[in-house]
Design a protein around this ligand. Sequence first.
Ligand code: 3SL
Length: 243
Amino acid sequence: MELSYFHVADDVPSGFVPETAVVIDVLRATTTIAFALNNGAEAVVTFSDLDELTRKANEWPEPLRLLLGERGGKRLNGFDLGNSPVDVVTELVSGKRLFMSTTNGTRSLQAVRNASRLFTMGFPNRVSVGQRIVNEQPQKLTLLGSGWEGSYSLEDSLAAGALAAFLIENNPHSVEVKNDELIAALALWHKWEDDVEGCLRTASHGKRLIGLGNHDADFKCCSTLDQLAVVPFQVEPGVLIAS
Ligand code: 3SL
């Protein structure tokens, strides 16, 4: 299995369509997606364009939909929820379709939405996603982080390294690390694997969230490793379901 990692959507070569892709936005979009689907959301539909989100959401029955999203870490005006994984509780999301837009995560999802197979991952569902990949044995796997407005982010690289480490340890066939970005991500994982939350708080995006107010619950939730069985999987462009 050949493994590559791109830091942000803009690094994906134009016209490149991955065979299998895993999109990562540790703080916080792909962690929120994992918890929402784990807690019974019917689907999470992601948009980078807000007008398109509103148009599509309006086509869905009101009692069965929720609008979820942020810009700059703050909930969007008129939306039901922001982008916190601790807010997508069963009582709110069960049976609902979530229409979601975030600053960076949904842009990365858009960049690889034509992949033959697309998953999303945060730390809480790292092993579940990793095990699915071990079972499916794609020839080429592309990991894509989300960063912040086009720039590198420490926490997404840490998670890319964490997934790569699991694949290397658990793959019956060999794993070939294909780019320097992933070599660096693996080194990062080996430095921080015993203190994921510390890494998230050290990262510039972690500091940005701390500057917006108390996000202790989010940090805890986003850094807890391997606690969810859910594997978010794209069934049509932009539409993720639990699998
Ligand atoms: O950029 C994103 O997609 C978000 O996850 C950012 S935030 O954590 O909600 O600020």
